[in-house]
Design a protein around this ligand. Structure first.
Ligand SMILES: NC(=O)C1=CN([C@@H]2O[C@H](COP(=O)(O)OP(=O)(O)OC[C@H]3O[C@@H](n4cnc5c(N)ncnc54)[C@H](OP(=O)(O)O)[C@@H]3O)[C@@H](O)[C@H]2O)C=CC1
Ligand SMILES: O=C(O)[C@@H]1CCC=N1
Length: 274
């Protein structure tokens, strides 16, 4: 599979790390980014080809991943559109941008239909990502399979019929690793304040997230049951959870996740109106 990335920043680098040598040889990956430092690192690490600006090399790929910020997407589409119009085959365009709707991207690409909109997350870097995906009108069955193979190579895929749900995916799993790191940071800090070294406290917090996430993944029980099994009556967990409830932590988290979804919709409205 020949893949071109437009944008070689954080999320592209995470995807490339998971893809190179696993889904396709690094030499089959081409990355366009104006920052030489980012490209040099990717080139050195994975042996891929790079360019500072979009040119015809991009359309030689079967899959073109648009991995620029949502605010740059329209300009990128304007540059890409005449190049796509020149090629005989229709490369699959995969957008990972938060908010940008497939219909707006299609319009910016001159009515192009072979678009998959998806929302990956950074654990793709270690092959443990999860990606929500939706196919636009002109995607062939073979292209859908190709998109699935690409993203299944860096973790789990979840296809959605309703593109409107991608903002929810963005809020839960696209942004989600940041919430987990935030929670881990707080747990690490508390451990240090209680006398552990930063390394000890980090190992305990990280190991706890890894173990609890794996347990939740393997268990048939609801999360609330798993939580209750940790919570001895009158014990330490009860003291912590009572403190969290009093501080409104659960409400704060659900409100925060909804704020992420609202921002996704807002980006789609703002940028799609152009
Ligand atoms: N980070 C994450 O965890 C996730 C991000 N996403 C989505 O991925 C996209 C990229 O995010 P992220 O990687 O975090 O952002 P970054 O800013 O790290 O990466 C974007 C890169 O694209 C470059 N760029 C800008 N314009 C062009 C252009 N015309 N051609 C080629 N490259 C260009 C940027 O350069 P410069 O900085 O100089 O502008 C930058 O290096 C966003 O749309 C985001 O919504 C989706 C899921 C998760
Ligand atoms: O923060 C953002 O907008 C991007 C989308 C999901 C994760 N990072």
């Amino acid at each position: 599979m020949k893949i071109a990335f437009i944008g070689g920043g954080n999320m592209a680098a995470a995807l490339i790390a998971g893809l190179a040598g696993r889904v396709t040889p690094g030499a089959n990956i081409h990355v366009v980014d104006p920052n030489p430092a980012a490209l040099e690192h990717l080139q050195r690490e994975y042996g891929l080809t790079t360019a500072a600006a979009i040119d015809a090399a991009v359309t030689a790929a079967e899959v073109i991943v648009l991995a620029v910020k949502p605010q740059n997407m329209r300009d990128v589409a304007a540059t890409l559109q005449p190049l796509l119009a020149l090629v005989g085959h229709q490369p699959l365009v995969v957008s990972i941008a938060a908010g940008i709707r497939a219909r707006d991207l299609s319009r910016w690409l001159g009515g192009y239909g072979a678009i998959v909109r998806c929302m990956p997350n950074t654990p793709a870097l270690i092959g443990m990502g999860i990606t929500g995906m939706v196919a636009y009108d002109g995607v062939t069955a073979a292209q859908r399979t190709m998109a699935d193979q690409m993203l299944a190579g860096v973790g789990t895929t979840m296809w959605l019929d309703d593109e409107g749900l991608i903002d929810a995916v963005t809020a839960v799993s696209g942004s989600g690793p940041a919430y987990v790191f935030y929670f881990m940071e707080a747990m690490q800090q508390a451990g240090v304040e209680l006398g552990l070294t930063p390394a000890q406290s980090l190992a305990l917090a990280q190991g706890t997230f890894a173990g609890a996430a794996a347990l939740a993944g393997r268990s048939e029980e609801p999360l609330s049951t798993l939580r209750e099994r940790v919570t001895s009556k009158g014990g330490t967990t009860y003291a912590a959870l009572t403190s969290m409830e009093a501080a409104g932590v659960k409400d704060a988290v659900t409100t925060a996740v909804k704020a992420a979804a609202a921002r996704g919709r807002e980006l789609g409205d703002e940028l799609g109106a152009q």
